[in-house]
Design a protein around this ligand. Structure first.
Ligand code: FAD
Length: 829
């Protein structure tokens, strides 16, 4: 096996050593700057509450594994996890609704959870103020992780299995040669390595800087206070060594006031997220001392009582027994926050052999360690790690200012009720397309993703609602699904299907792949034979070595050695770049370059039955079927502007994506808009686009499918060319797949034609939670809400299932897809 150095002996680092050694890897060294018995990082003082339920399926699964693993680690009859259950209480009607949504997540991701009444909350937790609590969510498998103890037991276990530990040994440099790591430098000499995994917690920025890697995390101080003994708890055995095993109540969350609670023997622990964000620079903390103890460690700062005043008042309201206590041992502890709240995990894009597993809570620690161990030993993690991938950020999201502002915002919002479409408040207008000024004039309603401003609809189209045929009139929505939505989207969809509309497609990722090895690279990484004439477009998949889908992409051959990729995220860019570098090293004559061209170009989707009339008014190029067939691409001129016209459509109507360079984008927009007026053109936004794409059954990578799914299950087998001669990643695994998958991505139509769902809701079949919704929209053309959902494949076409939306069951039918134009007659015309 390879020589591995793990930096950091916190809960993540030692779990990783354990996961690797248990997979038979032998040469593992853990280097820790602090003393091993108490290294002094976040783990050393973590109160260890493990609430597993999360809007993210990935995060919930990571937590579930962590609980299972911690339950299995025991010594002298004592474990590392006290499965007391978790209780989240609501003190406002809004939170009570939110708990229903969280109950839905639990059901979707396979966690047993129950919505309970005020009385039931009190039975579980007699200290609660009956008058304050409106209800709760109870999760029996949550509990308290004894993180510091687990770390010590894992050190003992892995040492026994041959892992070397170097305590009180800071890593000061990462040694490299030819773009590959070779070892770490410490004051006691070098430790050679083929693979280095930085599990340095909130010191991750400093370790990253040693190799020029920007690790987008921000260390923040977070208040944790312990009370004096509760009078009612006086008889407890406070001397019990194993902190946490003498607790009896569930762990408790009071999100309306940014608070959480646990017991420490006869004392109470109170964690608070309601204070001002308090950023810390890890480098300013100095070297970890030789001696670390409970009160004296780098991750522990002095308590700032004024920041805790509201927390204390609110805690006494919720738990009146606290009125008889004071603060005892309280502190501001440091841990990591990130721009989107997710951990930072995976291979560094630019340095071979360097990996990161940081900004990880105790809650997800063993799960993340397992995922990294699987990546290293088998090349893939069984749990899809896209939401945690260090490569998921755009370059602009890596600047220190961006990381600082958005991570602080995440701290502030950690327990807030957030709508799935809610944009960042700030920074905004970070990335705007060249059409932005015109979009504003048209009253665009912008939502933000990856820094891009993306119009969802245009107020200028409001008057169209007056002419909308009765069949197209949108249904009334409930208050939640009506957020970040306007009925104008229905009018925009109607115009797209019946006249013509222009969509801003700029924010979709575009990469250019060029060089003598470009074809070979793409042949090796995709499921289609791309050795076609220039001018062809192919919808294809990138698989991992177990045939899990790593991405669905459009590959356009522009010239013999120039391809353009339409992709989903920065992760695909880094994957392609990495593979291109590998190919260059293997065979220098087959060099290939990958360029990110999203921001330097822009794109307009011109779609609808009258699209050809519009383009005929501004271009003399041949846009007929003969001149540019479906899935063809060619260079054209539109009013003198050089444009690449891609004959494809995300909405299922005739038309093209018209791409040009950014500086002439505005001119292209104006030209088309002006020429389109004769034919009733409108600008249309994402709300309509999402609905139209779902009617056509077009998947969204990340939401509808991921590495956890293969092409058969995801219903994208048409993107796999069965007779492709060339070998490609995943080909062997594909041939071994069962032809009858256990799960399938299904299209559901809501029976009452009006009840909206938004995604991630659980789906019940014969009254049992059987799957979950991926994405959903109101299908304006078909006149009913549509939801795509993962379901067991024995749930057949025509059967009824129920989707749980805020605790209410919505009946839906499994229907044949796509719902709109299955023959593609609108596209091929
Ligand atoms: P750490 O435990 O910080 O370990 C990183 C290690 O790397 C450190 O020991 C450090 O010394 C070492 N290191 C750094 N730089 C170097 C170097 N150059 N050379 C060698 N070694 C180095 N999480 C939960 O899940 N539930 C909770 O209830 C919870 N409550 C919390 C309450 C507070 C007050 C705080 C501060 C955090 C809380 N957390 C909680 C978060 C949790 O504690 C951390 O996310 C988790 O412990 C991080 O583990 P880690 O192994 O990544 O980092």
């Amino acid at each position: 096996s390879q020589r591995v150095v793990i930096i950091g002996a916190g809960i993540v680092g030692v779990n990783l050593a354990d996961e690797l050694v248990s997979r038979g890897w032998k040469d593992i060294t853990v280097v820790e700057q602090g003393p091993l018995n108490m290294p002094g990082g976040s783990t050393s003082h973590a109160p260890g509450l493990v609430f597993q339920t999360n809007p993210s399926k990935t995060m919930t699964k990571l937590a579930k594994y962590t609980v299972e693993k911690l339950l299995s680690i025991k010594k002298d009859g004592e474990g590392c996890f006290n499965q007391l259950g978790g209780l989240e209480v609501a003190t406002t009607p809004e939170r009570l609704e939110e708990l229903k949504r969280r109950h839905g997540y639990a059901s979707s991701w396979g966690i047993d959870a129950r919505l309970i009444s005020t009385e039931e909350c009190l039975q579980l937790y007699p200290l609660l103020n009956k008058d304050a609590v409106l209800g709760g969510l109870h999760i029996p498998t949550d509990g308290l992780a004894l993180a510091a103890r687990a770390t010590q037991l894992l050190i003992e276990r892995t040492r026994g299995a041959g892992v070397r530990y170097l305590g009180s040994t800071p890593v000061t440099e990462i040694e490299r040669s030819n773009g590959h790591v070779t070892g770490v430098t410490t004051p006691n000499g070098s430790v050679p390595a083929d693979i280095i995994v930085s599990c340095a917690g909130f010191w991750g920025v400093e370790i990253g800087a040693m190799v020029g890697l920007q690790v987008p995390l921000l260390p923040l101080a977070h208040q944790y206070a312990k009370t004096t003994a509760l009078p009612g708890f006086k008889n407890r055995d406070v001397n019990t060594k194993i902190n946490g095993m003498n607790a009896t109540l569930p762990i408790l969350r009071h999100q309306d006031q940014d608070l959480y609670y646990r017991e420490h023997g006869d004392q109470f622990g109170i964690g608070y997220y309601g204070h001002r964000p308090m950023p810390v620079v890890a480098a300013s903390l100095g070297l970890t001392p030789q001696h670390v103890d409970d009160k004296n460690m780098p991750s522990r700062l002095d308590f700032t009582p004024r920041d805790f005043e509201t927390a204390w008042k609110e805690s006494q309201k919720l738990l009146p027994a606290l009125q008889e206590t004071h603060f005892a041992d309280s502190f501001n502890g440091i841990f990591s926050f990130t721009p989107d709240g997710g951990p930072i995990v995976g291979r560094a894009p630019h340095l071979e052999g360097f990996y990161v597993a940081e900004a990880v809570w105790v809650t997800h620690s063993a799960g993340v360690a397992q995922a990294v161990a699987q990546m290293l030993t088998t090349g893939r993690s069984e749990i899809d790690m896209g939401e945690c991938d260090i490569s998921r950020f755009e370059e602009i999201q890596l600047s220190r200012d961006y990381v600082s502002e958005t991570s602080q915002q995440n701290f502030v919002e950690i327990y807030d009720i957030i709508h799935p479409l809610a944009p960042k408040i700030s920074p905004r207008n970070l990335r705007i397309s060249p059409f932005n000024s015109r979009q504003r004039e048209l009253g665009a309603y912008f939502l933000e993703a990856s820094g891009w401003e993306r119009p969802f609809w245009y107020e200028a189209n409001a008057e169209l609602l007056r002419y909308l045929p009765a069949k197209w009139q949108p249904v009334e929505r409930d208050a939640w699904s009506a957020q970040h939505y306007s009925p104008i989207a229905a009018a925009e969809a109607w115009k797209t299907r019946n006249a013509v509309a222009m969509y801003d497609m700029t924010a979709f990722h575009r990469f250019e792949i060029s060089g003598p090895g470009a074809l070979a690279l793409l042949q090796r990484l995709t499921t289609s034979d791309l050795d076609k004439e220039p001018g062809s477009i192919t919808y294809t998949l990138m698989l991992d070595n177990a045939a899990g889908i790593r991405g669905d992409i459009f590959v356009s051959r522009i010239e013999d050695e120039i391809f353009q990729i339409g992709a989903n995220s920065a992760i695909e860019f880094h994957y392609l770049t990495h593979e291109a570098r590998f190919q260059r090293q293997q065979s220098p004559t087959q060099w290939v370059q990958v360029h990110e061209i999203t921001g330097s170009t822009c794109s307009i989707g011109l779609w609808g039955p009258r699209a050809r009339d519009v383009i005929a008014g501004v271009s003399t190029d041949d846009f007929s079927n003969k001149g540019l067939a479906y899935f063809g691409v060619k260079k054209v001129h539109v009013a003198g502007i050089p444009v690449l016209a891609f004959r494809k459509s995300y909405v299922g109507e005739l038309g093209w994506e018209l791409q040009t360079s950014a500086e002439v984008g505005l001119r292209l927009w104006d030209t088309i808009f002006q020429a389109g007026k004769l034919h009733g053109i409108i600008a249309a936004g994402r709300a309509a686009l999402n609905a139209l794409r779902l009617e056509k059954g077009y998947r969204t990578y990340g939401a509808d499918m991921s590495t956890e799914h293969n092409p058969l299950e995801a219903g994208v087998v048409s993107a796999v060319q069965a007779d492709k001669k060339a070998d490609f990643v995943g080909k062997a695994a594909l041939s071994r797949l069962s032809k009858t998958p256990g799960l399938r991505l299904r299209c559901l139509a809501v029976n009452d034609g009006r009840s909206m769902v938004l995604g991630k809701e659980p789906v019940f079949y014969e009254n049992k939670a059987a799957g979950y919704v991926t994405t959903a929209a109101f299908g304006f053309t078909v006149g009913t809400p549509i939801a795509y959902a993962w379901l067991p494949s024995d749930v057949n076409m025509g059967e009824t299932v129920e989707i749980e939306y805020f605790g209410r069951r919505v009946a839906a039918t499994v229907v044949r897809e796509p719902l709109y134009d299955p023959q593609n007659s609108r596209l091929l015309d």
